[in-house]
Design a protein around this ligand. Structure first.
Ligand code: AMP
Ligand code: MG
Length: 350
């Protein structure tokens, strides 16, 4: 398939590009586009044949539901009812990186919700995404625009790498600002439950209902045969080609352990990567490929750079990535959730 690739600098000046992409969506095609979390791969959420193409292009298992993206806060046609807490959170956080799970109306086809009677909906905080959805005249179902299992793309180059030849259109905008996927909050249950941590943190949500909690199972390894509350969670995720190992301990011990391991792996003929923060780049054995993903005092920056760093290690052909652990507070919870999955829960606690 020929994939049209176009970059949008400015929504007004490049409106013809967005119009053409919207036509593609209307005609049942699939389009990769920027959002503030990560890039998405979208199709008309109400057209089962179009949605099926997303699953094919990504190699995504059919029991992994998609999130439906809307361009304004009017979602009555998509859901049975909006619980009071949902109304408050929509007012407070949309457009923004939070997906709300609600009971769906029959207009949403089974393939979009993976046959669940619920649907996740969000309004992205990105001008290009909002204009694309508006001009398409339909809600857009969109998972991340990567081959299933790989780290999500946060810029157009990574979308091209994964999806060129597999999708109709790739629109580029700026780099995704949040860098990890949306927080997913199930509001069909009381109290509401976080099924995936993201840019809107537990602390922010508790301002609206202090009983909101993170589903305990999501920070642990789940087994492939169970059916977790958020179906996508059981699958391999965010995984670069290299093996990832997380080293967790105090600063001095972590540095010492990582340097020991590097020495050891190198002696065994392996190419090693180290993922760290800016403050500690100089502490490590520079026979390794060292990538800083931001300042340890700026979790937003670390979230923004995490997936790109994992992909860059693959570009450098490393065999193993040793990563520091990050503090599990605020956005740090989302960062560690993605990192643990990337590492298939290989964590060395010192
Ligand atoms: P992605 O779009 O790739 O970030 O994945 C969306 C994720 O949202 C899925 O993997 C599910 O875990 C979760 N999700 C989507 N819809 C639902 C739903 N109706 N109920 C529970 N989890 C959902
Ligand atoms: Mg994804």
């Amino acid at each position: 398939m020929d994939t049209k690739i176009a970059r949008v600098e400015d929504v007004q000046e490049n409106i013809h590009i967005i119009l053409e992409a919207a036509e593609t969506i209307k005609n049942g095609g699939i389009v990769a586009f920027p959002t503030e979390t990560v890039y998405g791969l979208g199709a008309d959420a109400l057209n089962p044949k179009a949605v099926e193409k997303i699953f094919k292009a990504k190699g995504r298992p059919q029991d992994n539901p998609l999130i439906v993206h809307v361009f304004d806060k009017k979602i009555d046609e998509l859901v049975e009812s909006i619980p009071e807490i949902g109304k408050k959170l929509i007012d407070a956080f949309w457009p923004g990186p939070i997906t709300l799970i609600m009971k769906k109306k029959p207009v949403i086809p089974d393939i979009t919700s993976a046959s669940l009677d619920t649907i996740g909906i969000r309004m992205p905080d990105n001008d290009i995404a909002l204009k694309l959805i508006e001009l398409s005249g339909t809600p857009i179902a969109a998972p991340s625009a990567n081959i299933s299992g790989k780290p999500s793309p946060t810029d157009i180059e990574r979308c091209i790498e994964d999806l060129s030849g597999k999708v109709d259109f790739i629109i580029g905008g700026s780099k995704s600002n949040v860098g990890v996927e949306s927080t997913i909050l199930d509001i069909t249950v009381d109290p509401p439950c976080i099924l995936r941590p993201g840019g809107i943190t537990l602390e922010m949500l508790r301002e609206y209902d202090e009983r909101i909690y993170i589903d305990p199972s999501i920070m642990e390894k789940s087994d492939l045969n169970s059916r977790p509350k958020a179906p996508g969670m059981k699958y391999k995720h965010y995984a670069p080609k290299a093996k990832v190992k997380i080293i967790k301990g105090n600063r001095e011990k972590t540095i010492e352990k990582i340097n020991d391991l590097v020495q050891n792996y190198i002696e065994n003929g392996l190419k090693v990567g180290i993922m760290t923060c800016r403050e500690r780049v100089k502490c490590y054995n520079n026979n390794a490929e060292i990538i800083s993903i931001g300042s340890e005092n700026n979790m937003q920056e670390i979230a923004r750079n995490l997936f790109e760093a994992l992909r860059s290690f693959d570009d450098r052909n490393v065999d193993i990535i040793l990563s520091e652990a990050f503090i599990e507070k605020g956005v740090g919870i989302a960062i560690m959730n993605r990192l643990k999955k990337a590492a298939a829960y290989d964590i060395l606690e010192l």
